[in-house]
Ligand binder design. Structure first.
Ligand SMILES: Cc1cc2nc3c(=O)[nH]c(=O)nc-3n(C[C@H](O)[C@H](O)[C@H](O)COP(=O)(O)O)c2cc1C
Length: 287
């Protein structure tokens, strides 16, 4: 008999012994009065054990479905900011047909083709000491403390034609770190849309970052001034459209100055030299 087979049969024998002991104990407990302390405890323990097994099985069995739904939700957020999400959109198919994921080295602004973008989890990478970098306090405008060295961006294409550049952004608001995407035109300068899909600001105040009316105000705004500085910012009270710099300004959220400041800060950080400025500059100059 092989070693492995011997081990299995020994294991089975032991299991049978345990089962026999369990049957003896079960029969002893079952004949006890329902009011007895021993029976009450035994039934409670058995119930706990059954529930624990059921919960564990459900967790393990549902894990692949959870991962799939998480990935699907992210694709939905990306299609949303790309303006490609309708009620009847087949998310997987639309994403496959129209979106190309790429990894960008923030320092050089170059694509890193050796990393498979589909398997890359940027939020995990940002927390992993092997893959992240700490942001010096004086440069941490968005109050995020650390970031992934390599960033996953998304290019929206129709055939060979580039239609949007979708950049992940995050920054602290009043209560929470807001995570989202900023979609730019192929000119790497004009905003198409913003989608702060994960945040915990107060609904009705800072939480209005998800309001489609406010989000629509971003369309057509410009990120960089003629000098190349990040000029896009939120303004308290509202934008004076008659002013020449209105194209760099978005209405702040009423009663939520601190969240609005957080959004301005995250734009300033991620569009700046510490973020995507090098990459976007390359797109603008090289095309
Ligand atoms: C319960 C509560 C929740 C609040 N939530 C937010 C919020 O999510 N974002 C925000 O900027 N301000 C929030 N505020 C208001 C801030 O404390 C602060 O007053 C406000 O940002 C100032 O904005 P204003 O100058 O536009 O009034 C909240 C206040 C309270 C009492």
């Amino acid at each position: 008999m092989l070693n492995a087979e011997k081990k299995t049969s020994k294991y089975n024998e032991q299991l049978c012994q345990y089962y026999e002991q369990f049957k003896v104990y079960r029969d002893k407990v079952l004949v006890l009065s329902n009011d007895s302390l021993e029976k009450t405890i035994a039934v409670a323990l058995a119930l706990c054990l059954v529930c624990a097994v059921l919960v564990s099985l459900a967790t393990v069995a549902l894990r692949p479905l959870q991962s799939y739904n998480k990935a699907l939700d992210m694709k939905k957020n990306i299609l949303d900011v790309a303006g490609l999400l309708q009620d009847n959109t087949d998310i997987d198919q639309a994403f496959k047909e129209r979106i190309e994921s790429k990894i960008v080295d923030l320092k050089t602004g170059e694509y890193i083709d050796s990393i498979n973008a589909d398997d890359y989890d940027q939020r995990k990478a940002a927390k992993d000491p092997a893959q992240n970098e700490l942001i010096p306090v004086d440069k941490d405008i968005a109050s995020i403390r650390m970031k992934a060295k390599y960033t996953k961006i998304y290019l929206v294409k129709k055939g060979d034609q580039l239609q949007s550049i979708i950049l992940p952004v995050n920054g602290y608001g009043l209560w929470s770190t807001m995570y989202g995407f900023l979609a730019l035109e192929p000119d790497a300068q004009t905003v198409q849309s913003i989608n702060l899909y994960d945040q915990a600001e107060t609904p009705g105040l800072g939480g209005e970052v998800v309001n489609p009316i406010w989000r629509a105000l971003w369309k057509g705004k410009k990120v960089y001034s003629d000098k190349g500085d990040v000029a896009l910012t939120l303004v308290k009270g509202g934008v004076d459209e008659s002013r020449a710099d209105a194209v760099y300004k978005v209405d702040g959220l009423a009663g939520a100055t601190l969240t609005s400041r957080g959004v301005s800060n995250l734009v300033q950080y991620w569009m700046g030299a510490e973020g995507f400025a090098t990459y976007l500059n390359k797109i603008r100059t090289k095309g």
